[in-house]
Design a binder for this molecule. Structure first.
Ligand code: SF4
Length: 65
């Protein structure tokens, strides 16, 4: 699956970090960091994070199969 965060929208609220700590974290300057390519096992966590983002900055796409 592939994760995209619109960093123009992201306000570093951090809900995604709480919802999916395996995917999202903050660096030492409180910028969101994440690896866009993620295993499908984390799809539910990624969807939860996307749903928790107050500015809807996160989109999640499953790999075409
Ligand atoms: S929940 Fe949304 S606004 Fe907050 S850090 Fe994550 S992507 Fe950014």
């Amino acid at each position: 699956m592939r994760i995209t965060v619109d960093m123009n929208l992201c306000e570093s609220h951090g809900q995604c970090v709480f919802a999916a700590p395996d995917i999202f974290s903050f660096d030492e300057e409180d910028y969101l960091v994440y690896e866009p390519a993620q295993p499908d096992e984390l799809f539910a966590a990624a969807e939860k994070a996307a749903g928790s983002c107050p500015v809807r900055a996160i989109s999640v796409q499953r790999d075409a199969s």
